[in-house]
Design a protein around this ligand. Structure first.
Ligand SMILES: *[C@@H]1O[C@H](CO)[C@@H](O)[C@H](O)[C@H]1NC(C)=O
Ligand SMILES: *[C@@H]1O[C@H](CO)[C@@H](O)[C@H](O)[C@H]1NC(C)=O
Ligand SMILES: *[C@@H]1O[C@H](CO)[C@@H](O)[C@H](O)[C@H]1NC(C)=O
Ligand SMILES: *[C@@H]1O[C@H](CO)[C@@H](O)[C@H](O)[C@H]1NC(C)=O
Ligand SMILES: *[C@@H]1O[C@H](CO)[C@@H](O)[C@H](O)[C@H]1NC(C)=O
Ligand SMILES: *[C@@H]1O[C@H](CO)[C@@H](O)[C@H](O)[C@H]1NC(C)=O
Length: 583
């Protein structure tokens, strides 16, 4: 690697001079870190004490807190995390920390959007007391606090940071990861591992993009044929019992599971069971030689529900009904992205509708009006991709999309669509493809594409990946999701989701595609990406994220490395500007 090329020699000499003078300087503010960084962390006299092998947790009666407390107690005692940088702290000679007392103000608050996740954790100096205290408004906040405590424990025998105080609460209520299980399938254990990792990072939403044009893996009691014919195979289906296991697992870890059944576009897989309700199924390359812009979908796997087919509503409503009864969350994601006009136009009935002065936007309105009313009648708040309102050619009138029932998820044009929608009074979840799409930069995947045989940068670039380049953890960390918004608009931003579309991902790469990049968003949305002086803190975050990635790996999450191990073993040496020079 030619990392030093281009840096003037005189600079290197000066750098070497200062490094010789001050070899110990490091950007790490505390010897032990918590990820995401807490809002307020006070540890004026860093010390550590042993954790009693009989450590006890006292907690109020609540089934989910009960399970979490038992789980964490075992982890506290048995994890024995061996840090990359062992904290240079002397062990106190005082008695070990013996217990944790959890107090919760409202132990029946449900896990829902906006639930209070704040907590306060106090670990006393052992001379004063051997009991730590954790207070929270809700059991979900208490779970966040337990996670924090777990990260303050390390070593064998287990030791814990003490004489410290943490008060913590998130900047944004909605902090999630979207995973697509249609392009490629993931087993229930993969989804549970994802939920476990979300919880470690204090992320609270698993947005499950269950179905798409490529496969329909969800078995529904009222419409069993959809998965019967539309799943990739018998082993690649989610039964209602599987869904229950995933949803229940989420509850135990304080993670909401928000289902998405994308419609009316992205429904090619429905045609295997119901060819009559889907237009243009399996017609991607039709007619031969068609321009890319006139294709029938954004990628192979075409098909859209026909809004003029009465049977399409019968099936769609059965699907919605079953999904609502399987997923208790108050949010229901209705999809509604990427209508390809030419797909509908392949249908003779739709051609007649257009000839009689109908428009495709009108057609979408008919569909959205009917299905949206139905979802609302089932007491759900609907999340739609922004396209349904903002698409340049096929879109719905805002009058059909009441802000009190509809939330938009933005993904195009960086921050500008978020601005448009919040200024129109809508709540927004940000998933900007320029920052938050985890699939980008892996090249193209359609076969026999002439672009693969051109020098890099000559066509849409990077071997056909439409959203190249790869979004690095720094890109994600530094993104300000409320950028350019005034206060009232910013208040309508509920939070964000990084998204993994699965054309080129499955369980073999799930962990490394998501982690630790989703951790970068987790911190930015929990406590922000700036230090107390308002400066972006990505430099300081690097060492912390390195350590946190390492701990995730020891916890069975195969997060990818962000640096050579050498960097954290030689603090500051990998930074372009040595901290001593920067000050
Ligand atoms: C740890 O103890 C040693 C020996 O008593 C002392 O020299 C050193 O300063 C202590 N380190 C810290 C971080 O307190
Ligand atoms: C959560 O509860 C804490 C403690 O009562 C309070 O300070 C905070 O404002 C609450 N947060 C929200 C978002 O309601
Ligand atoms: C509707 O949903 C809200 C929020 O999830 C819940 O509090 C309420 O009880 C539900 N109403 C009905 C009639 O189910
Ligand atoms: C088509 O619809 C528009 C808008 O509704 C209307 O103004 C126009 O007169 C209609 N044209 C015909 C030929 O029906
Ligand atoms: C690849 O595309 C070329 C040009 O369209 C075509 O002639 C050829 O048959 C294709 N090859 C395969 C393997 O599909
Ligand atoms: C923010 O901008 C919107 C639209 O431009 C305006 O209606 C609103 O009053 C502004 N809010 C604040 C707090 O300035």
């Amino acid at each position: 690697m030619g990392a030093a090329i281009g840096i003037p020699l005189t600079f290197l000499l000066i750098l070497a001079f200062f490094i010789t003078l001050s070899p110990q300087i490091s950007a790490v503010s505390y010897p032990i870190n918590v990820w995401p960084k807490p809002t307020a962390f006070s540890w004026p006299h860093p010390q550590i004490t042993l954790l009693s092998p009989n450590f006890k947790i006292h907690f109020p009666l609540n089934p989910y807190l009960h399970q979490a407390a038992n789980r964490y107690r075992k982890q506290f005692i048995e994890e024995h995390y061996n840090p990359l940088v062992v904290p240079h702290l002397n062990l106190t000679s005082s008695p070990p920390l013996k217990s944790l007392t959890i107090t919760v103000t409202d132990d029946s608050a449900p896990l829902t959007h906006g639930v209070n996740e704040s907590y306060t954790l106090t670990i006393p100096s052992p001379e004063q007391s051997t009991t730590a205290t954790l207070t929270a408004e809700t059991v979900w906040g208490a779970m966040r606090g337990l996670e924090t405590l777990s990260q303050l424990i390390f070593g064998n025998p287990s030791r814990v940071a003490c004489d410290l105080y943490i008060h913590d609460e998130p900047l944004f209520h909605h902090r999630g990861v979207m995973l697509d299980t249609s392009r490629n399938f993931y087993g229930v254990s993969d989804l549970q591992r994802l939920i476990r990792a979300l919880s470690m990072n204090k992320l609270n939403v698993f947005h499950w993009h269950i179905t798409d044009s490529q496969s329909f893996p969800l078995v529904l009691p009222s419409e069993p044929e959809l998965a019967g014919k539309g799943a990739y195979g018998e082993e690649m289906k989610y039964s209602p019992e599987d869904v229950k296991r995933v949803v229940e697992f989420g509850m135990r870890y304080g993670v909401r599971v928000v289902p998405e059944i994308d419609m009316p576009a992205h429904t090619g897989s429905w045609a295997l069971a119901y060819p009559d309700i889907v237009t243009c199924a399996n017609m991607m390359w039709w007619p031969a030689g068609v321009d890319w812009t006139d294709h029938l979908a954004a990628e192979p796997g075409t098909g859209q529900l026909n809004p003029l087919s009465p049977n399409a509503y019968k099936v769609a409503k059965n699907v919605i009904h079953d999904v609502v009864s399987m997923f208790p969350d108050s949010y229901y994601h209705g999809g509604a992205d990427e209508i390809a006009p030419n797909c509908w136009i392949t249908d003779p009935e739709i051609q007649a509708f257009v000839a009689k002065n109908g428009t495709l936007s009108r057609l979408l309105e008919i569909f959205v009006d009917s299905t949206l009313r139905y979802i609302i009648s089932l007491n759900r708040t609907v999340v739609y991709w922004e396209d349904v309102l903002l698409d340049a050619s096929v879109n719905v009138s805002p009058s059909l999309l009441p802000p009190e029932n509809v939330i938009f998820q933005t993904w195009n044009n960086g921050p500008s669509n978020t601005k448009k929608l919040t200024e129109a009074g809508y709540r927004v979840i940000v998933s900007s493809a320029d920052y938050y799409y985890l699939d980008c930069g892996h090249g193209g995947w359609v076969g026999n594409d002439t672009r693969y045989d051109q020098p890099p940068g000559t066509d849409i670039g990077d071997g056909g990946s439409w959203c190249a380049p790869f979004k690095t953890w720094q890109t994600i960390y530094n993104y300000d999701i409320t950028y350019g918004l005034n206060e009232s608009a910013a208040n309508l931003v509920l939070g964000g989701e990084v998204a993994l579309w699965s054309e080129q991902a499955d369980s073999t790469v799930l962990d490394s595609r998501i982690w630790p990049r989703a951790s970068a968003m987790a911190e930015a949305l929990w406590s922000g990406n700036r230090d107390a002086t308002g400066r972006k803190r990505y430099a300081e975050a690097t060492d912390r994220l390195n350590e946190w990635r390492n701990r995730m790996v020891t916890r069975g999450i195969a997060a990818e490395p962000i640096q050579p191990l050498w960097c954290i073993r030689n603090p500051g040496m990998c930074n372009t500007v040595h901290p001593f020079l920067a000050s």
